[in-house]
Design a binder for this molecule. Structure first.
Ligand code: IPD
Length: 270
């Protein structure tokens, strides 16, 4: 099996185990362990347990690789690869029992920095929907083993566009203002609540495009590769790479229409 395919297999196997754990804990009742950047930015016991499961499993399977996780932070390795992990993306959905949350695992080469990293393989598993998205570089994207392709030739005015909001209330208001400007120029807007699933949604043709400002590396590492391998263009504002400043994903023709509009809308954002 080619190297990247093997890495994707590891990501999928471990993501499935963590997703099963999250699913069981959800059925038992969710417990908030702490809040982070704001009172609404919660971490549940299941987030912590799932991240420990993933970290331990990766340490056993890939002892020389580094780790960067939402709940337990980073640890460097000697191989030049780092696993970038969100144990439960869509934590608020998880807390409320909305079936749109996922375990997100990616492995990147180089510094674990979205400006420069190269993502080799990824898995995003939503246990509530029974869906496992996977991709490896050059190998295409799949949903439960079936190849995925973005929709093609969508006019911006007919595009269904996903987005999200951070936890800081002042920033959320500014993000909402951008959406106010955009909503009259597209078919409609969706706020699903899990960035990894938004990106997989673009890959699966469930969304025509997705953009968000303020994401952390673990929110988009896996989903961005899955979207790209399904044929989407994924980047930041203008020619910039996708970072916490902005991520935009859409099929290439739509991306070419949406990105300039976002540049206009974000021009005043300091
Ligand atoms: C959040 C989700 C949400 C996005 C936020 C993220 P979390 O991640 O992906 O959709 O809008 O910006 O922080 O906190 O659920 O892992």
């Amino acid at each position: 099996m080619p190297y990247n395919a093997e890495l994707a297999e590891i990501a999928l196997t471990i993501a499935r185990r963590a997703a099963e754990l999250a699913w069981q804990r959800r059925a038992e009742g969710v417990e908030v362990a702490a809040s982070k950047s704001s009172l609404s930015d919660i971490v549940t016991r299941a987030d912590q347990e799932a991240e420990k499961l993933i970290r331990d499993a990766l340490a056993a399977a890939r002892p020389a690789d580094g780790f960067l996780g939402e709940e337990s932070g980073g640890g460097s390795g000697s191989s030049g690869l780092t696993w970038v992990v969100d144990p439960i993306d869509g934590t608020v959905n998880y807390f409320y029992g909305i079936p749109a949350y996922a375990v997100s695992i990616a492995v990147v080469e180089g510094e674990p920095d979205p400006r420069t990293w190269r993502t080799l393989a990824a898995a995003v598993v939503n246990p509530a929907a029974g869906e496992a998205f996977t991709a490896f570089e050059g190998g295409g994207a799949k949903l439960n083993g079936r190849p995925l392709h973005v929709k093609s030739d969508t006019d911006l005015a007919l595009a269904l566009v996903g987005t999200g909001f951070g936890y800081d209330s002042e920033k959320r208001v500014r993000q909402a203002k951008i959406v106010t400007e955009l909503i009259g120029r597209v078919r409609d807007v969706r706020r699903i609540g899990a960035a990894s699933l938004d990106l997989c949604g673009v890959a699966a043709g469930r969304l025509d495009a997705y953009f968000e400002r303020g994401l952390n590396p673990w929110d988009h590492a896996a989903g961005a590769l899955i979207a790209r391998e399904a044929g989407a263009t994924v980047g930041g504002l203008g020619d910039a790479p996708a970072t916490s400043d902005l991520i935009v994903a859409a099929e290439p023709g739509l991306y070419a229409q949406l990105n300039p509009l976002l540049q206009e809308l974000y021009a005043d954002w300091r």
